[in-house]
Design a protein around this ligand. Structure first.
Ligand SMILES: C[S@@+](CC[C@H](N)C(=O)[O-])C[C@H]1O[C@@H](n2cnc3c(N)ncnc32)[C@H](O)[C@@H]1O
Length: 211
């Protein structure tokens, strides 16, 4: 199953940015900046982005974090990371890296990062991997660190809402659907404090969790 999902993302990586651009236009860049601002990212922050895909969050972070900090994007799809590396090549940030790894087993020492982000991906993980990933986030976060994850709210437009519900229904596990509806009870199992904010556009929710 995991191999199949990886292959699926390898294929999807060729169209991913084009599809996102079709339905989100410049809102995507705006939301990344909102995520990074609320997570408290500064010039010297050490940031890890989980399920980084084609690198949207690390590339937005590279506009804030200088060579005093560190930016790492992790994904298990080679295809997605190839796109991320290609885009990062144009940016030439000295402390921006992409690592091929499963989020359930992060190859970093304890307390390496001040901020861990994850955008539009946590709800797709199978429940066991998600639990392991959240434990890993806690391990790699420095004391007082912040885990910031962004997800879609249920769309208001009836047609888009139908597509969103079909997508959730296709995810099989009832736990995944419960997670997508309200992430807070799941995050509270792992973190000391959890806050939920809505994006100014109203279409996305931001969860901030602290160790
Ligand atoms: C919907 S994309 C989101 C990409 C990116 N965060 C964004 O906002 O554009 C989900 C990503 O999660 C990655 N992924 C899924 N399961 C994973 C796992 N167990 N470990 C690492 N990456 C995973 C996929 O390869 C894919 O790139």
């Amino acid at each position: 199953m995991r191999r199949f999902r990886r292959k699926y993302y390898d294929v999807f990586s060729h169209f991913y940015d084009a599809i996102i651009a079709l339905h989100s236009r410049d809102r995507r860049a705006y939301l990344r900046r909102f995520l990074l601002k609320k997570a408290g990212v500064k010039e010297d922050t050490r940031l890890l982005d989980l399920c980084t895909g084609t690198g949207a969050v690390p590339l937005a972070a590279a506009e804030i974090i200088s060579e005093k900090g560190l930016i790492v994007g992790v994904d298990f799809s080679c295809g997605m990371l190839k796109q991320a590396v290609r885009k990062a090549g144009e940016r030439k940030h000295p402390r921006l890296f992409f690592v091929l790894a499963d989020v359930g087993e992060l190859p970093f020492p304890r307390a390496t990062f001040e901020v861990v982000t994850c955008s539009h991906a946590m709800y797709e993980l199978d429940p066991e991997t998600r639990d392991r990933a959240l434990e890993e986030v806690k391990r790699v976060l420095a004391p007082g660190g912040c885990f910031a994850m962004m997800e879609h709210c249920e769309p208001k437009n009836p047609f888009v809402r139908l597509l969103y519900r079909l997508r959730l229904a296709s995810m099989g596990s009832p736990e995944n659907r419960a997670f997508a509806r309200d992430e807070r009870p799941f995050l509270k199992r792992h973190f000391r404090e959890v806050k939920r904010l809505l994006s100014p556009t109203g279409g996305s929710k931001l969860l901030l969790a602290y160790v």
